[in-house]
Design a protein around this ligand. Sequence first.
Ligand SMILES: [Cu+2]
Length: 197
Amino acid sequence: MVDFSRIATALLLLLVSLEPMFADEVSDTPEKTPGDIVATAQIHSCTNAEDRVGTLTMRQRVSDEGIKLVDVDLELRSDSIEPGKHAVHVHETANCTPCSAAKGHFDPGPNSNTSPDGNHPFHMGDLPNIVVDENHQGRLLTTTSRITLSDGPLSIFDSDGSAVIVHVGADTYCPEGEEAGCAGGARAACGVIRRVE
Ligand SMILES: [Cu+2]
């Protein structure tokens, strides 16, 4: 005889295990393997701080040549993020209230010029665009050696920290030089980047 209660329990467990990774409450603490340094940001809309639009996870590892590489995983899902390409950058200050408080693009070099459209795409915090689909979802997986999560001259955890900004428009990487909006224009979303201890 078929035991329906056991089947029901099994189905329930399956459904629980299939809980999408973008459930309303995304895990705030990504797994950390020994030696890696991990950072995360909860990203909120610039027009409505209550609207949580996605999550950034960064993981620093050391390459075979001893180079510090940061794997970037940015996931967005919100009706407030329009389909299309959006510029993504590390900005110079850990403050998203309001989004303009994140200031310019992270660029700690000796000739630091953090103006978003000027000196772009030479900033250390510049990242590739994220592509958001018709369902207002997108994921950017990339690796950068321009920044570090550990201490040092390229650390995004300098005295005032850093934030990630997703812009309303696409980043053209300013091939014609300084041009208003070439680095993505207005700010759509922002998240303060925190190291996972
Ligand atoms: Cu930016």
